[in-house]
Design a protein around this ligand. Structure first.
Ligand code: NDP
Length: 450
């Protein structure tokens, strides 16, 4: 129950993965909780990120699978792809998931305000409707927002927020950026039959990943028909009479496209939230600065997820939200361990990683041993696809402890999740080698590395 002087024990701003988890668990610990969400419950991951994106990845893979099936005894009718059907299916499933999030909060006894809330002091918020609310603790879980680089005509571009809703299939798509979102959407629209150009400011895409792994991707992307314009940026975009756009790059290349998707990073959503009224400190990128328990510079205000810009990943926001609830309302103070977090890029083929890259391990430990398997997965042989997979294990030179594992190839995300348990548990190369292979599989390469 809330202490008499406050309306709520906890008021959460933002109904994304972190905010919803924190609210639900706080309520289960007995706190009186309310949450405000100005758009749709579920946040970036559910509404306009991971979940609908993964559905598009699956849908785009049918094209290839259907092609191979025809050579393996299947008789298929004429194939055609209809974007509105896929788009509407994905969006209706997002509606369903949003309903589940609402239901979860209702079942947990969390009161929902479907409007914007801003902080007006250490223990108070004001809703868009004008209602003033007090709370013993406030949690900011407002996530992030796409960043748009400055250039003439940038108002003609869309972001990952809009791509799920475009009316017509963008037959000629230009993607700006070389990070997660750019690479994933380039792969999706290429596989769906689009003519994709990816533009990145440096020659290196996915630069936080191990270089041997990511070096493979541009080769595959080009082989799959994508145009990679690297080491260049957009100079200007002009809209044409027929609704298309002419993009001029600083390297002199000009292209006519139907859509331009900007994926050049996301910034913390901390503007206009009234944080200054409570003395909440921000970092250089606008991120809310927090301690290990997600507490801000104001004792009654906490922040979790992308707005803190620690690690911009849904499962991390969820952990931070859960740890906050246990710490503040569950009498179980605990900090989230941000080390050794596995991650994956749902590019085609996918990339996955956990732990240190070779360069990081060399810098940190000096003496390291690297093992690789460069192989053509049976799936690719069966499908007449020439692409090879690469698995790379980085180990401590003396102890053999696995410091990092990096992969490119089909199903990398699925495979690395299990291996990440072993790496988090500090197992050694010898432990991997002592494990019997599952044959034939791609994952068996992990216990046969040379
Ligand atoms: P990323 O940070 O992954 O990549 C941003 C890209 O844009 C980089 O290539 C960067 O280049 C480039 N860039 C940055 N600023 C500019 C600029 N001013 N002009 C031109 N290019 C620029 O961002 P995303 O938007 O792709 O994704 C945001 C976050 O969302 C990710 O960091 C990730 O945490 C999360 N995400 C995770 C996914 C997953 O887990 N599978 C999927 C999608 C998103 P440079 O390398 O030179 O900095």
């Amino acid at each position: 129950m809330a202490e008499a002087e406050f309306d709520y024990d906890l008021f959460t701003i933002g109904g994304g993965s972190g905010g919803v988890r924190a609210s639900r668990i706080s309520a289960s610990h007995g706190a009186k909780v309310a949450i405000a969400e100005e758009y749709r419950m579920g946040g970036t991951c559910v509404i306009r990120g991971c979940v609908p994106k993964k559905m598009l990845v699956y849908a785009s893979m049918f094209a290839e699978e259907l092609g191979h099936a025809a050579h393996k005894g299947w008789t298929l009718g004429e194939k055609s792809f209809d974007w509105p059907t896929l788009r509407d299916f994905v969006n209706s499933d997002v509606d369903r998931l949003e309903g589940l999030y609402d239901g979860t909060l209702g079942n947990a006894g969390v009161e929902v305000y479907s409007e914007r809330a801003v902080i007006t002091g250490p223990n108070s918020v004001r809703l868009a409707s004008g209602k003033e609310i007090t709370a013993k603790k406030i949690l900011v879980a407002t996530g992030g927002w796409p960043m748009l680089p400055e250039f003439d005509g940038n108002e003609h571009c869309i972001t990952s927020n809009e791509i799920f809703h475009v009316e017509e299939f963008p037959q000629r798509l230009m993607v700006l950026g070389g990070g997660y979102i750019a690479v994933e959407f380039a792969g999706i629209f290429n596989a769906l039959g689009g003519d994709v150009t990816l533009v990145n400011r440096t020659d290196t895409i996915l630069r936080t990943y191990d270089s041997d792994i990511v070096d493979r991707l541009p080769v595959v992307m080009k082989a799959r028909g994508m145009d990679l314009q690297l080491g260049t940026v957009v100079d200007s975009v002009a809209k044409n009479d027929d609704g298309s756009f002419t993009v001029t790059l600083t390297n002199g290349v000009t292209k006519q496209v139907d859509r331009i998707l900007v994926a050049t990073g996301r910034k913390p959503n901390s503007e206009g939230l009234g944080l200054e009224t409570a003395g909440v400190e921000l970092g250089k990128a606008g991120e809310i600065l927090v301690d290990a328990y997600s507490k801000t510079s104001c004792d009654s205000i906490y922040a979790v997820g992308d707005v803190t810009n620690r690690v911009q990943l849904t499962p991390v926001a969820i952990r931070e939200g859960h740890a906050f609830a246990d710490t503040v309302f569950g009498n179980n103070p605990r900090a989230v361990d941000h080390s050794c977090i596995p991650s994956a890029v749902f590019s085609q083929p996918s990339i996955a990683s956990v732990g240190l890259t070779e360069a990081e391990a060399r810098k940190e430990h000096g003496d390291i041993a690297v093992y690789t398997s460069d192989f053509r997965p049976m799936k690719n042989i069966f499908s007449d696809r020439m692409e090879r997979g690469l698995y790379k294990m980085v180990c401590h030179g003396e102890t053999g402890q696995v410091l990092g594992l990096h992969m490119i190839g089909p199903e990398s995300a699925e495979i690395i999740q299990a291996a990440a348990v072993a790496i988090k548990a500090k197992l050694t190369k010898a432990d991997f080698d002592a494990t019997t292979a599952i044959h034939p599989s791609m994952a068996e390469e992990l216990v046969l590395l040379k």
